[in-house]
Design a protein around this ligand. Structure first.
Ligand SMILES: [Zn+2]
Length: 204
């Protein structure tokens, strides 16, 4: 049965802005009201497969799916219990536009009141992630959470730092084992100027 009661949210922010913690809190608040959320995340985070975890130490079990091929998420949604009225999606920036649309279609086609995407808005080049672009296009409500740049302003960019240099070209996803790759959140100005925290350079 189609329904027009679904509200689609995009809760975006820079890295370290507490998005995972917020997802866990939202799931907990629903649970306190006896509403189970369906928790989804792309299979991309190698740190702890099958879980969403926040830096505060809280964690939550999640259903993972492939982002290269939409078959897995389609099969999962075909079989999943239709009782869920809330769907929470972690790391949604990594979704393809096609998978975003699959989730939206599922929500409108079932009794889903809340479809909430959590993720980054911009990649390390300062461009919208493909998935985030699609979510912004279709969301009813868009909310930003921010962390702080070294200068004290709100951080809105996720700079890729390799060997202490800010890098603005390369593959979009590079979160694997390479220990030389780090990310630093910057305000728009310091990202524009490619200025990392000045005291980092002196440390090494
Ligand atoms: Zn700054």
């Amino acid at each position: 049965m189609r329904n027009n009661r679904t509200t689609i949210y995009f809760k975006y922010g820079s890295m370290n802005s507490g998005k995972s913690l917020e997802l866990i809190k939202v799931a907990f608040n629903y649970k306190e009201n006896s509403i189970e959320s369906l928790i989804l995340k792309p299979r991309i985070d190698i740190r702890k497969p099958g879980f969403i975890f926040s830096r505060t130490g809280l964690e939550l079990k999640a259903n993972e799916f492939d982002i290269e091929n939409s078959r897995e998420i389609k099969d999962f949604l075909d079989k999943v219990d239709k009782k869920y009225s809330v769907i929470l999606v972690e790391e949604a920036n990594f979704l393809s536009p096609e998978i975003v649309d699959i989730l939206v279609e599922y929500a409108y086609n079932n009794e889903v009141n809340t479809l909430m995407f959590f993720g980054l808005k911009n990649d390390f080049r300062g461009n919208l992630f493909e998935g985030s672009k699609r979510i912004i296009e279709i969301a009813d409500k868009i909310e930003e959470s921010t962390s702080i740049c070294w200068c004290g302003k709100k951080a809105r960019q996720n700079a890729r730092v390799i060997n202490n240099e800010l890098i603005k070209s390369g593959p979009t996803v590079l979160i694997d084992n390479n220990q030389e790759v780090n990310y630093e959140v910057l305000c728009n100005y310091h990202f524009w100027e490619s200025q990392l925290k000045p005291w980092d350079k002196n440390e090494i």
